[in-house]
Design a protein around this ligand. Structure first.
Ligand SMILES: [Zn+2]
Length: 313
């Protein structure tokens, strides 16, 4: 353990980006000195290029999300932890569905669901700094937020260099906000944003009052998955996961039906019927439960906006 590295200056970062032929959108106000924690030394170029690539993918969305004068302090991508999802879907699938880009700005934390490369999906959250009680990083690489409403979302999978840097930026901006006393209203600490107009959609609400977009209720998604496994996932646009699930379901169903039709005598027939019942209960039930859990974590659009979005600020 040595002393923490001295962060580079904005000029040094700008030079580094130019030397690597990387450029960021001049329309966005970036704090370059905190965006790239390490630009010198062996193997520094790879992470710099990787982060610039992530920022590029997020920029069109950021231009719509950011308010005038909002300054971007830090960007990183991690994975939101979910123990139950990892257990029932497998860690790989759960990680694929829970990719999250973090954008720490001068005003708030913007969180954007992405695919594994960093392309934004249709889910957004905001956390105001006044809603953050504490941020912890563990030796395993996990970053845990302790929020004022009692929730403790935990994230992993950040590049190593980003973990310490993100905590440092967080700590500084939290202190500044505490001193400023800026406490915007929020219905929950991790406030969900509408995917069309980016206005807050309060907790337990499934329609955006600003633009009229409506969203699926978790129970509506769950009941569809209960009727037909993967239906809820299709509605949430998790197409790859849904097709994998449907494939597994049809294979399982084929196997128990073959067992049933090949049964010899009443004992085997009863066994086959029992196997079919257990299979159906498990496949439909587990999918309904998982769909409910995934469905309540964010908003999934059901109907398109009814009002034209004018220039919002
Ligand atoms: Zn809206």
């Amino acid at each position: 353990m040595g002393a923490p590295p001295i962060p580079p200056t904005s000029d040094q970062v700008a030079q580094k980006l130019a030397s690597l032929k990387l450029s960021l959108d001049p329309e966005i106000n970036y704090a370059l000195d905190s965006m790239f924690p390490k630009i010198e030394g062996w193997f520094a170029n790879g992470p710099v290029k990787k982060k610039a690539k992530l920022i590029h993918l997020l920029e069109p969305t950021l231009i719509e999300l950011l308010k005038p004068n909002e300054r971007v302090l830090f960007v990183a991508k991690g994975v939101q932890h979910s123990f139950v999802e990892s257990m029932f879907m497998g860690a790989m699938w759960a990680a694929m569905l829970n990719q999250m880009a973090f954008v720490l700005t001068s005003d708030r934390v913007l969180m954007i669901r992405t695919d594994t490369r960093g392309n934004p999906k249709h889910q957004f959250w905001v956390i105001y700094y006044s809603e953050v009680d504490d941020i912890k990083t563990s030796w395993t690489g996990a970053v845990q937020l302790k929020l004022l409403d009692g929730k403790k979302p935990s994230f992993g999978g950040f590049p190593k260099a980003d973990r310490a840097a993100m905590k440092a930026v967080f700590d500084t901006v939290l202190r500044e906000h505490e001193e400023s006393g800026y406490t915007p209203d929020a219905s929950q600490s991790m406030e969900t944003l509408c995917c069309h107009c980016y206005d807050a959609v309060p907790e337990q609400s499934f329609a955006c009052v600003t633009c009229g977009t409506t969203f699926w209720k978790p129970m509506e998604l769950s009941l569809r998955s209960l009727l037909f496994p993967s239906w809820g996932d299709i509605l949430m646009k998790h197409y790859l996961f849904a097709s994998m699930e449907m494939f597994g379901y049809l294979i399982g169903l084929t196997i128990v039906i073959i067992m049933l039709t090949n049964s010899d005598g009443p004992d085997e027939l009863i066994g086959g019927i029992a196997a079919l019942a257990i299979f159906l209960l498990f496949a439909h039930g587990v999918d309904a439960m998982l769909t409910y859990m995934v469905g309540r974590k964010g908003l999934y659009p059901r109907t398109a906006p009814t009002k034209q979005i004018e220039q919002l600020d």
